[in-house]
Design a protein around this ligand. Structure first.
Ligand code: MSP
Length: 648
């Protein structure tokens, strides 16, 4: 089965930023998923070069425009490589072998079929969008996307009879409801087309930067008409009939919400006019904002995807973009949230699981496990695989990633439930211990396979540690996500994949005021009671962020709880803090809780309190509890949280 998918081709007047990278990374996840699912996949990307802004940028730098575009091609390719984007083909609109013949053929076909006529245009043109703007779309006279005043243009152009395609387009949307995804974009486009379509200009006069119009070589093809054709051009249209028959039509065009209309209205109308098959689907993803704002040069808030990849490698960035932003909707990026998610998903959850399984297998079984029959975890794995598939088939990347992480969390909980360290102390439990560890390894293997499209090099490394060196391209979703019940495997204990990062000084807990800027810290030593000397009871002295950072607060899960003999106040707890072995903590909460009430609960502990001996037992930490004067202690716990997460 074949699967041909494309991304928008980028303007090269500036380097890729996190927003353009988001599109390429998410498209790459879809391409990798299709390969994993066994499709013969063709993943196309490229650069859009005939824009006026590109021409101007080259001029500003004193460069020939083509030479400038050649340089930018390398810049773009280098970024995509660093982000592990596995495109199969990269097309440029200055490509004379493929793109020129395709563009001229399609323009000629529309002309020959009577859909192109000469006329004159007068109106607003936004050079940022490279599009004509109806007066009603302007906000205070400005383009709403670029916030700049469009230019008033009056010129003789060739026009494409878009208006003729209103009914055929409505018929297409009706008969092929999945042509536009997600639903929100479909509704936008439906409203737009139902409102009536005006003919569009398909050429620009008096310019040399572009592809000559075949029936009027003094004009060039309008940059959007030119750019859309890249998809068919790469597939062979106009220069390689055999390739074209093999690959066209595309299965999926992935584009941003701002340009969905070009892909769902102009493009199918152009293809209908030229009597060529239509793509199967256009997916209009949302935008990535930085702290809620559009990234822009003038605001100086552009996030460089390379800086984000340099922080922890490309995989954590890929995971963040796929898992944190429901695909199709808008999302936000902040460095703080990125770090938080890194710690939660990778350091504490997946990374910790891989580590624990490998270190326990090394310690208790000399590094190898024999596959067993599979217990509760096998059922969770089967559910996760099913949910993952269903999500990925409809490009719900966030749900796909979440399904894989459900298996990871279930495996971490399984460690807490089965307590391999306790099994290891009893020789009669040797088979059970092997069964638990082999089930865990199997769960990790399946989760890593599911996550391979999202975090490819990390998944490959996890699978290698589990004794399976095959390259990702040799793996298949069906065969490689089946629960295996036979065979022996050696597991490599090779250290932390994602070391937990601690808050950087001055970053954590700096609150933000309404303007988004960090608030100035209050002057050191300012007494808390200064404003109203008698108002409040005496407060403890203020501490600095550095003082706070010394306290290692972590989530923990209560595995066991019992009353301490001869004490009314103390409970003895065994808690999982995400470390290979559980800790024992003595907590003064026996008057508030029966031991059974606490088992299975998530609590918060001070993890770096020096161990203290109490009633002959060492307490390895302290449980956080609200302690009203004269009242009963209330252990702080809310929603269940995976053990070992930093609390701040
Ligand atoms: N050259 C046109 C596309 C022609 S396709 C035949 C173009 N180029 S672009 O460089 O401005 O944008 C490339 C893609 O990146 C578009 O799909 C656009 O929506 C997407 N994004 C640009 N900024 C974005 C975000 N901040 N977030 C997510 N995607 C964004 O448009």
């Amino acid at each position: 089965m074949k699967y041909f998918l494309t991304t928008a081709i980028d303007y090269v007047n500036s380097r890729p930023h996190l927003g353009t990278a988001y599109e390429k990374i998410t498209a790459d996840i879809i391409a990798r998923y299709r390969r994993l699912a066994g499709y013969d996949t063709y993943f196309l990307m490229g650069n859009d070069e005939h824009s006026l802004n590109v021409f101007r940028r080259a001029q500003e730098q004193g460069k020939d425009p083509l030479a400038y575009c050649d340089e930018m091609e390398q810049v773009f390719r280098d970024v995509w490589k660093r982000l592990d984007v596995s495109y199969d083909d990269f097309i440029r609109t200055t490509d004379r072998k493929r793109h020129y013949p395709a563009t001229q053929k399609l323009a000629q076909a529309c002309y020959d079929n009577g859909d192109v006529y000469e006329g004159s245009y007068e109106g607003w043109y936004c050079e940022g969008c490279e599009a004509f703007k109806p007066e009603k779309d302007l906000v205070d006279g400005n383009c709403p996307i670029h916030n700049t005043k469009p230019k008033w243009i009056k010129e003789k152009n060739w026009f494409f009879r878009l208006s003729k395609y209103q009914q055929p387009l409505l018929k297409l949307y009706k008969e092929q409801p999945s042509f536009i995804e997600p639903e929100i974009r479909r509704n936008e486009i439906l409203r737009l087309v139902e409102g009536g379509l005006e003919d569009i200009s398909m050429s620009r006069a008096g310019q040399s930067w572009g592809i000559p119009v075949p029936f009027d070589p003094a004009s060039v093809v309008y940059v959007w008409f030119d750019a859309l054709i890249n998809y068919a051009a790469a597939a062979g249209y106009g220069w390689n009939e055999e390739k074209y028959k093999t690959w066209w039509p595309a299965n999926l065009h992935i584009v941003g919400k701002d340009i969905t209309r070009f892909h769902c209205v102009f493009w199918p109308a152009m293809l209908m006019s030229a009597r060529e098959p239509l793509p199967k689907q256009v997916f209009g993803h949302g935008w990535v904002y930085f702290k809620g704002e559009r990234m822009s040069k003038s605001l100086g808030n552009i996030v460089d995807p390379l800086a984000a990849a340099d922080r922890f490698g490309p995989d954590p960035l890929r995971l963040y973009l796929a898992k944190e932003i429901p695909y199709g909707g808008d999302g936000d990026f902040t460095w703080e949230r990125f770090e938080e998610k890194y710690n939660a998903d990778l350091a504490n959850n997946l990374g910790n699981l891989v580590n624990r399984v490998a270190s326990m297998t090394e310690r208790y079984q000399k590094g190898s496990v024999k596959a067993a029959s599979g217990g509760a975890l096998a059922a969770v794995a089967a559910d996760s695989v099913l949910a993952y598939r269903q999500a990925m088939e409809v490009h719900a990347l966030h749900d796909g990633a979440a399904a894989a992480f459900r298996l990871v969390s279930a495996a971490n909980n399984y460690i807490a439930e089965t307590q391999p360290w306790a099994l290891a102390k009893d020789p009669a439990q040797a088979d059970r211990l092997n069964g638990v560890l082999s089930d865990l390894a199997e769960a990790v293997r399946i989760a890593a396979t599911l996550l391979a499209p999202v975090i490819p090099s990390s998944a490959q490394e996890i699978l290698r540690r589990l004794g399976d060196e095959r390259p990702l391209q040799d793996r298949r979703l069906d065969a490689d996500t089946e629960w295996r019940t036979s065979g022996e495997r050696r597991i490599l204990n090779a250290g932390a994949l994602w070391p937990r990062i601690e808050a950087e000084k001055g970053v954590v807990n700096v609150t933000e005021n309404d303007s988004g800027a960090p608030s100035a810290p209050s002057a050191p030593g300012t007494p808390a009671t200064q404003a109203s000397p008698q108002a409040a009871p005496q407060q403890p002295a203020q501490i600095t962020i550095d003082d706070f950072a010394k306290i290692d607060l972590r989530t923990a899960k209560v595995l066991e709880a019992e009353k301490m003999p001869k004490s009314n106040r103390l409970l003895k707890l065994k808690v999982d803090v995400g470390e290979p072995e559980p800790r024992t903590i003595l907590a003064g909460i026996a008057e508030s809780y029966e031991p059974e009430q606490l088992v299975g609960k998530s609590i918060v502990i001070v993890a770096n309190l020096a161990p203290r001996k109490m009633m002959g037992l060492e307490s390895q930490g302290m449980v956080l509890a609200a302690s009203p004067d004269g009242g009963k202690a209330i252990v702080l716990n809310s929603e269940p949280a995976p053990p070992g997460i930093k609390v701040r």
